[in-house]
Design a binder for this molecule. Structure first.
Ligand code: MG
Length: 238
């Protein structure tokens, strides 16, 4: 799983330098797919429940699951979330980052910073004996303290020989008791954070998730193993 996730991390790192004003999101998708295949990995999202791309590309108010398109051309001041997954030797890797396009506003910069921080605070809770709710709480507390909101409708997930496995990893506190963390579990933790309301809508393309109030949204994700020695970030290096 570490090998699968390292291919994902390397792909995302490689893409960063291509995220500049004027580039279209289909080009990024093609770069990602080529890189993964060259690494003998299979892009995991392509064809997943009919998703048309290898890379999810979500611009500005798009939260997740944006479809790559030649018609979507990045411009200075945008923020772009790129989410990538592969299957390698039978196991899955999954990670995401949100990247500035050119120079972005202070508000956008702070949203990215806060979302990334919330992911790392959540990862600190990946300790044997803790519960999924400890992860959820860490994200929610940090995000709401800064005045932002966490998306409810989409959540993180277990990952392994399937892209999405149990347990669900919400980024907000749910009622009831959540599963305990056990050594060997691997968790895809992925805070999705909005400047405005946590409510989202799905566009007519059936995939693209946008904030209901059109405010900016950011997304960071790591696949993290639970070990006796603490969290092991398999997709490290982003
Ligand atoms: Mg994921």
């Amino acid at each position: 799983m570490e090998e699968a996730n390292q291919i994902v991390a390397q792909t995302l790192c490689m893409l960063k330098e291509y995220i500049v004003p004027g580039v279209n999101t289909l080009y990024l998708d093609q770069l990602a797919e080529k890189y993964a295949r060259k690494s003998n990995a299979i892009p995991a999202f392509k064809g997943y429940r009919g998703f048309p791309g290898s890379l999810c590309v979500s611009v500005n108010e798009q939260v997740v699951h944006g479809i790559p398109s030649r018609k979507v051309i990045l411009k200075d001041g945008d923020i772009l979330s790129i989410d990538f997954g592969v299957k390698y030797k039978g196991y899955y890797g999954d990670a995401a980052i949100t990247v500035p396009v050119g120079s972005i506003s202070d508000n956008a910069e702070d949203l990215l910073k806060t979302t990334r921080e919330s992911l790392y605070l959540a990862i600190e809770k990946v300790v044997v004996g803790n519960r999924i709710s400890d992860i959820s709480h860490a994200v929610q507390q940090h995000v709401e303290e800064k005045g932002y909101s966490v998306v409810r409708q989409f959540v993180g997930h277990g990952i392994g020989q399937n892209l999405h496995e149990s347990p669900e990893i919400p980024n907000y506190k749910r009622t009831g008791r959540s599963p305990k963390l056990l050594p060997g579990m691997v968790l895809a933790i992925e805070p999705m954070v909005n400047i405005g309301t946590y409510e989202v809508k799905i566009l007519k393309d059936g995939w693209t998730v946008v904030t209901a109030d059109k405010t900016l949204s950011a997304h960071f994700e790591h696949s993290v193993a639970v070990t006796e020695d603490g969290p092991l970030i398999l997709s490290n290096g982003l």
